[in-house]
Design a binder for this molecule. Sequence first.
Ligand SMILES: Nc1nc2c(c(=O)[nH]1)N[C@H]1C(S)=C(S)[C@@H](COP(=O)(O)OP(=O)(O)OC[C@H]3O[C@@H](n4cnc5c(N)ncnc54)[C@H](O)[C@@H]3O)O[C@H]1N2
Ligand code: MOO
Length: 393
Amino acid sequence: MTTWSDARELAHELGRSASTRVMTVPTGRAAGLVLASDARCAHPLPRFDNSAMDGWAVAGDGPWRAGEPVLAGNPPPAAPLAPGEARPVATGAPVPPCTLGIVRSEQAIPSAADGLIDVLEPPLPGVDIRREGEEAVPGEVLLAAGVVLSPPALGLLAAAGVGQVDVSAPPLVAFVAIGDELTAPDAGTGPRPAPGAVPDSLTPMMPSLLTAFGARCATTRRASDRPDDVAAAIRHTRAETIITSGGTAHGPADPLREALRRLEARILIDGVALRPGGSVLLALLPDGRHLLGLPGNPLAAVVALAVLGWPLIQGRLGRALPALEPVGPGAAGCAGEGGHGSRDRAVACTLVDGVPVPVRYQRSGMLRGVAAATHLVLTRGDSAQLLRLPWAG
Ligand SMILES: Nc1nc2c(c(=O)[nH]1)N[C@H]1C(S)=C(S)[C@@H](COP(=O)(O)OP(=O)(O)OC[C@H]3O[C@@H](n4cnc5c(N)ncnc54)[C@H](O)[C@@H]3O)O[C@H]1N2
Ligand code: MOO
């Protein structure tokens, strides 16, 4: 059976093999999106020499006589500052050519009588002047392709005159929850669910969970346990990636394999040596779309999403595999009942003083534990690695 680390890489490779859709968007609308090409500085940053302080721009040695003020927003003065001249400047105002430095407003007292300013401390050359291009020059790469655009990154691009950016369009995902027993998740507000019915707890988490991966949930629907119903639900969606849940086991009522056979899908991964989350399928449809079949047990589904779904989406976005961190010896409790020779485990944890501590309530069918968790510890034989859950902040 495929190991979780091989499965992770295979899912990532599959995502990478698909072409990325690139779209151009206004910089202010690009937060959280992945840059598709390097973003280069369009204008010098700053655009012109300007004052970092309120005060006087001075030239030569004192005494200095106060001249016309320069305010932020004024065009850069063309005339050089003459020795002995002191022009009042506001923070951000362009400084005239030949400015020696800035005398801060608290370092001098203007004299109304003779127009001179009484400087307590003369400036050092260049002090408090923000030089044109000192942060970046035109053409310089400010952000490399593949980065996720953070709020400060949007501000940086705006400052550098980059009004629009090329980003990878978030991959569209259609979700199909399979199971005769499932009822709408909001059934609690409607008629009483039939005895034996199970609220569909995966559909409500899917849009925000996929957003945390960098994808977008295009549609959600439920399908019965009939293979033709499952095949029709898969066939009818237009999304480039399809995620299903349930029906992955080899039981008599488990329809996913039969549906995939009817769709002539190629199964690339059929089960992963991991518990929970191992009852998972990764398949390629004849039209090139990808299908990830999650186990029905909700914790198992979340684990399979973190271990395979996230890399699949990251690959599609041209991004690296989600990082794994080594786990120190303090995480011994996460080895679970695994032990040598048995299946590797995924353990939902929180970090206490940097050490992963397993949460309670993490049987395969439960969500209570993972709802409070921030990380998964993934064991491989006697070693373990830490995966941060992307929605956990
Ligand atoms: N004889 C064996 N039985 C099972 C094995 C096994 O090895 N031998 N493995 C178990 C494990 S582990 C898992 S995981 C599941 C995987 O089975 P399926 O993917 O076919 O899942 P279902 O049978 O459809 O459902 C399992 C469980 O999850 C509930 N479920 C399903 N979908 C949802 C949903 N959207 N929201 C909430 N709950 C859901 C479903 O009602 C079942 O209770 O197989 C085990 N069995
Ligand atoms: O193998 Mo199931 O996918 O734990 O929990």
